[in-house]
Design a protein around this ligand. Structure first.
Ligand SMILES: [Zn+2]
Length: 355
């Protein structure tokens, strides 16, 4: 009996490889320039310039580019490179004297509703330096194919809010030297984080865990059709075998032969059950997550000091504005760190009602 092994969808596989390679090149400081659809020139300080593609058809059509795919030398080198990437670096965003948006009080009141409080009052605003930590995780999804991905998680250290969506703005600001260069002593002093490095790390692990769980679901969906196909081929094969054995059983002339066919039928059925288990196991997805790199960003924020009145007590609360992203920092619960639109006061912080 011959059954097809797991065949991956070549197009989606090529995309995964492409995204992985582009991410590694970005992290390792290679210059990548798209020259044509699906064709890139890569300038690497060590290997020099090479023209590459991830598309097998393109590679066949044109003889000027190297195909990068599973098992190709370049892909394996890049995989090795990621193992040596582990490092920590610190970068500072240039201090940009960004302006707070107008209608400050209205904007602040819209950020979050403070339960059982009178409308929030703004007391003061101050330019400060805050910090964010970017954890880059290397995730390997193991099944018949090996899928490797780099997953960045960026946390604002003053709240542990997940601000990964501002990663591009952080990166873009780094290269923007027009703002006046890096931090120096004349600039606002760093804010000390309320959270320990261990708390930040555990929070990043929680974030990456939910990303990985979702991704495993996607990968399973991608391969579901192949799994069904393989099961169906296998089912047809066993059904045919059993049918032939049953015909032989019916035409058996003596009890001894009949018993032998009955044995063969039950052995075939047991085989089929084992085969189904094997197929299910082949499509299980395991993920291995490893912290690859950590980057600390010093980032300018405009901190808005505000207060909300509850009965006769004034309760303090702060909001941050990121001038480099022209966005407000996400307001999160100080217990579960989830973005919140309504918060309740507790002497330890503002909570969303969790726990
Ligand atoms: Zn909460």
């Amino acid at each position: 009996m011959s059954e097809k092994g797991i065949t991956s969808n070549p197009e989606s596989m090529a995309t995964v490889i492409e995204e992985f390679c582009l991410a590694v090149w970005e992290e390792t400081g290679s210059v990548v320039e798209p020259v044509d659809w699906g064709v890139y020139d890569v300038l690497d300080p060590q290997d020099g310039l090479k023209r590459v593609t991830f598309d097998a058809e393109l590679a066949q059509e044109r003889d000027d580019c190297e195909l990068i795919t599973f098992g190709s030398a370049t892909f394996e080198e890049l995989q090795k490179a990621t193992h040596a990437l582990g490092r920590i670096d610190t970068v500072a965003l240039p201090w940009t004297h960004g302006k707070l948006p107008g209608m400050l009080i209205e904007k602040v009141q819209k950020l979050v509703h403070l339960a059982k409080c009178r409308p929030t009052r703004v007391i003061n605003t101050r330019e400060q330096t805050s910090a964010a930590l970017q954890f880059t995780f290397h995730v390997t999804y193991q099944m018949a194919d090996l899928i490797e991905e780099l997953v960045p998680v960026v946390l604002d250290l003053s709240s542990l809010a997940d601000i990964t969506r501002y990663r591009d703005a952080l990166g873009a600001s780094l290269h923007d030297v027009s703002g006046g260069g890096s931090l120096d002593a004349t600039q606002p002093r760093p804010v000390v984080s309320l959270y320990s490095l261990a708390q930040a790390y555990n929070r990043a692990v929680d974030v990456v865990r939910s990303i990985v769980v979702e991704r495993i679901g996607e990968i399973k969906t991608d391969y579901a059709a192949h799994q069904q196909e393989e099961l169906e081929q296998s089912r047809q094969y066993y059904a045919k075998t059993v049918k032939i054995l049953q015909q032989q059983l019916h035409s058996a002339t003596d009890a001894e032969r009949a018993a032998r066919f009955m044995e063969k039928i039950s052995a075939t059925e047991a085989d089929w059950a084992r085969r189904q288990d094997d197929i299910a196991r082949a499509y299980e997805v395991n993920a291995e997550v490893r912290l690859d790199q950590v980057r600390l960003y010093w980032m300018p924020v405009i901190r808005v000091y505000a207060e909300a009145q509850q009965r006769t007590v004034m309760l303090p609360i702060t909001f941050d504005y990121y001038p480099w992203a022209r966005s407000w920092a996400v307001v999160v619960c100080s217990r579960c760190y989830q973005p919140s639109t309504e918060l309740w006061y507790h002497p330890d912080g503002w909570y969303c009602g969790c726990g």
